[in-house]
Each structure stands twice: as C-alpha cells, then as structure tokens.
Design a binder for this molecule. Structure first.
Ligand code: PBG
Length: 331
C-alpha cells in the first residue's frame, strides 16, 4: 500500500469475494454438470464405418455397431441421454416421409439395439420428416406449401413407432401446429403413457443449422423453413409457442438455437416451471471448432463459458455436440 494513495471510502468492494479460488467458488451461482448434457448422435446404414462430418470436426456419422460403442463411451462418462438423428438413403425418401414409421427403419432398429445394449441411457428420438423427405422439408409438400394437418398425422405414426421401438422421449422438431397434442393423444391411445415429449417449442428459422443438414444430407430442396420455423426477430411469439405446447402436453420445452437466443431461454424459464432445454446447434459447434483450429481462441475455455452461459440464462438441459468433451473436462 502506498502512503500517497487516498483511499476511497467504499462500503462495498465486490472484489473482496473474487480474491481467492475458495471465495470465488463459494459465491458461484451457476454450475455446469454432466447431468445437464444430452449428446446428439448421427446413425447411418452399414457396418464398421464412421464418416466425419466435414463442417463438424470430431463429429461422425456411425453405423449402428460403432454407434453403440460411442454411446457406451458417453454413458461411461456419465452422460444421461442421447438424441438420435438418422442419415436416410435417398431411395428410401419420399414426400410423405413414410420411411419414418417403418417398424424396421434405421431409427427403430437403432433404438432397439441401444435399449438392449445400454439400457441405462435415455434415448430421445427426433420427430420430423426432413431426414425422410425428398424435399428436405419437415412436412409434406403440395404446390410448394408445407401441409400442416396432413403432416401431423404422419408425425403421430412416427412417434408411436419410435415409442414401440423403445424410445424414452420423443422430440418433435418440425414446428407444425398442434403436433404436441396429437402426439400425446396418439401415444396414450397406443398405451405409451410413460413416453415423454420434449417439444422443440421455440425453434427459429436459423442459418446455424447448416452443418447439421450436411450431416443428414437434408437441406431443403427448395425455399427455406420460414413458413413453419420462427422469425429470429420475435420473442413474445416464443412464449405463445411454449404456452401452446404446455397446454398440449409437453414434458420439456426447448429453445433452438441457444447462443443467439439466450434472452429467449431466460424469458421461457421465467414463464414456466417445466424443465427448459437449449440446443447448442451444429453451427455454434462449427464456429468454435473453426476458430480453435486456427488457434484464435482457447477451445476448452470457450466451450465451458458458452455452455455455462446457457445454464445461467435458465437452461436445465443442453443438447450439445461437445457433450463427451465437456464430460471429460468436468471429471
Ligand atoms: C430438423 C432438425 C434440424 C436440427 C435438428 N432437427 C435442422 C432443421 O430444422 O433444418 C438442427 C440441429 C443442429 O443444427 O445441430 N427437424
């Protein structure tokens, strides 16, 4: 201390609580844990093959045998849940996405195998037509328009077929109106009362999905998804969507993407007592990986800071391609 300093007469000096690691740890408000993480994975047909997704370094499409190893590894790291996405062969795609409810389809076979080999992990299946659609849209197309109610009928069949295969939670990511209520009714009528619904409630028409569409070869063949996914400029509309999904029977509501929508996560967390999920999407993953590969950022620190910010905003659960990496860091 210098004798020439004139000390400020401050009652509060916030830095007192930042002085040592133990003090900082005592007043920490948000803690990211492995329990919060859901690991999205990609499956493809075949045997003993894995293909790296060029826009998602470190993330692969796996054939079922190798996917089981990957999931067992994730479970070994303490990860509770996976979200499954399939790469469907072009000759199996059609306008109505009929392959989506084939009892022996890729998703159904994969779910059955996971439930048999790694029963402790929660399996979440994606409900939407885009991986199965010739047009790469989330619904049935007629004259360039995405049909709503006709699509919902298919989504109900898809959900029941996933539940029948053993899915713990179905996750409609399609943004058709009324699909949560219809799926709940369909699941209950088929006896699947205990299969939950994770609703992609506030899903925005986002450019951050680009790498994911590379992974599934599911980019829209015409137009974009703005007639069903939300306008990134809107926030009150997210509450409207969440309110509808809750009324229709959602068990968990989700905001997607996450990083550019932290305000939406925060608003929804204040609005509902349901668990809130956030999807740290493919484009968010790709940006971090690309900058890290260039040596421009410290990857580990940026990943932890980013996911912690999602929890701080109010996310109870985070879907992230970093799940395994983070689980390791948190050990
Ligand atoms: C499609 C679906 C998408 C994602 C999950 N489900 C893409 C889309 O809506 O076009 C994106 C996930 C990601 O980018 O990581 N129903």
């Amino acid at each position: 201390m210098s004798s020439t300093t004139e000390y400020l007469s401050l009652v509060h000096r916030p830095r007192r609580l930042r002085r040592t690691p133990s003090l900082r740890s005592m007043v920490r408000e948000t803690q990211l844990t492995v329990n919060d993480l859901i690991y999205p994975v990609f499956v493809m047909e075949g045997e003993n093959q894995q293909e790296e997704i060029s826009s998602m370094p470190g993330i692969y499409r796996y054939t079922l045998d190798l996917l089981l190893k990957e999931i067992a590894e994730a479970a070994g790291l303490g990860i509770n849940a996976i979200a499954l996405f399939p790469l469907i062969a072009t000759d199996k795609k059609d306008n109505a996405g009929t392959e989506s409810y084939n009892p022996d389809g890729l998703v159904q076979r994969t779910v059955r195998a996971i439930k048999q080999e790694i029963p402790e992990i929660t399996v979440i299946t994606d409900v939407a037509l885009d991986p199965f659609s010739t047009y790469g849209h989330d619904g049935i197309v007629e004259d360039g328009i995405i049909l709503n109610d006709e699509t919902v009928e298919v989504l109900v069949k898809q959900s029941i077929s996933q539940a029948e295969a053993g899915a713990d939670i179905v996750a409609p990511s399609d943004m058709m109106d009324g699909r949560i209520g219809a799926i709940r009714k369909g699941l209950d009528a088929a006896g699947y009362f205990d299969v939950g619904i994770l609703a992609y409630s506030a899903k925005y028409a986002s450019a951050y999905y680009g790498p994911f569409r590379d992974a599934l070869e599911s980019a829209p063949q015409f137009g974009d998804k703005q007639t069903y996914q939300m306008n990134p400029a809107n926030s009150r509309e997210a509450i409207k969507e969440v309110a509808l999904d809750i009324a229709e029977g959602a068990d968990i509501v989700m905001v997607k993407p996450a990083l550019a929508y932290l305000d939406i996560i925060c608003r929804i967390k204040e609005y509902t007592n349901l668990p809130v999920a956030a999807y740290n999407v493919s484009g968010e993953y790709a940006m971090v990986k690309a900058a890290a590969q260039k040596g421009w950022i410290d990857e580990k620190k940026v990943v932890l800071e980013t996911l912690t910010s999602m929890k701080r905003a109010g996310a109870d659960l985070i879907l992230t391609y970093f799940a395994k990496q983070v689980a390791l860091m948190l050990q």
